[in-house]
Design a protein around this ligand. Structure first.
Ligand code: 3PY
Length: 254
């Protein structure tokens, strides 16, 4: 059975004390409300990673993730953070390839392949984001775009390394816009992604890969989205900044 994951991407929001309060609420609620076989991943701004990891302690169903990490192990890269640094402060996951990184920081599939390799080498589990723009969907090239993001971004990994990855389908037109893909639109792409994984790595790996939906997911639309056969949870933006909303989304699996 593949893992059900609800991950919160706080992006560049909340000051330190607001971040600690929010995470403490999430931890308390998760104790009573989250099933043992489910996973919550909280991805705060990097200066908070260590404190949140300490707070989570031995909690097994709440993990911490970074929002980015560099492709090099160390060196003269002012302002950057390596995957091993992220790992050393207690994080288990790292989001790679979010469309905001692709759009504002020029991250290409090739660069993301390097970042993914570095993250896995450091012992992190990448949450690797893919998704098409509105233009690409309207031009009917969305399947090609997703296929290329997969083949250039993660499909050169060996099967063992690929098995550490969580994929997140986030249509760019649904990020921060309040517009969500319909459950049918999302399921169509998730099924396509799973088929592509099957073609590359075989049926068992495809069946085991967790594929999240992201993009304006909230407590109102989560149940319908997560009830689709190939949607295994969500990567949550704005709604992860409110503990009640975040947990209500995660509770859909109860
Ligand atoms: C969103 O829901 O807007 C996201 O970008 C989640 O990563």
């Amino acid at each position: 059975m593949r893992k059900k994951i609800v991950a919160g991407n706080w992006k560049m929001n909340l000051d330190y004390s607001a971040g600690l309060s929010l995470f403490s609420e999430v931890l308390n609620m998760a104790k009573d409300e989250i099933r043992g076989d489910q996973k919550l991943v909280v991805c705060p701004p990097s200066p908070y990673l260590y404190s949140l990891s300490q707070m989570a302690g031995q909690t097994t169903n709440v993990s911490i993730g970074a929002q980015n990490s560099h492709q090099a192990e160390a060196g003269a890269y002012t302002g950057e953070i390596s995957a091993s640094m992220v790992k050393s402060v207690g994080a288990e996951y790292v989001i790679l390839g979010h469309s905001e990184r692709r759009q504002y920081f020029g991250e290409t599939n090739e660069l993301l392949a390097e970042k993914t390799r570095a993250a896995i080498k450091a012992g992190l589990k990448p949450i690797f984001c893919i998704g098409e723009t509105l233009e690409e969907r309207n031009g009917n090239t969305h399947f090609d775009v997703i296929k290329r993001q997969l083949s250039e971004g993660v499909f050169e990994l060996g099967v063992g390394d690929f098995s550490t990855i969580v994929l997140a389908y986030e249509p760019v037109w649904a990020i921060g816009t309040g517009v969500t893909a319909s459950p049918e639109q999302a399921q169509e792409i998730h099924a396509f992604i799973r088929k592509e994984i099957e073609a590359r790595y075989g049926d068992a790996v495809a069946e085991d890969t967790t594929i999240l939906y992201g993009g304006s997911c909230n407590p109102k639309n989560a149940a319908e989205l997560f009830s689709q056969a190939d949607i295994d949870g969500g990567l949550i933006g704005g709604a992860s900044l409110k503990s009640r909303d975040f947990l209500d989304i995660a509770k859909v699996f109860n």
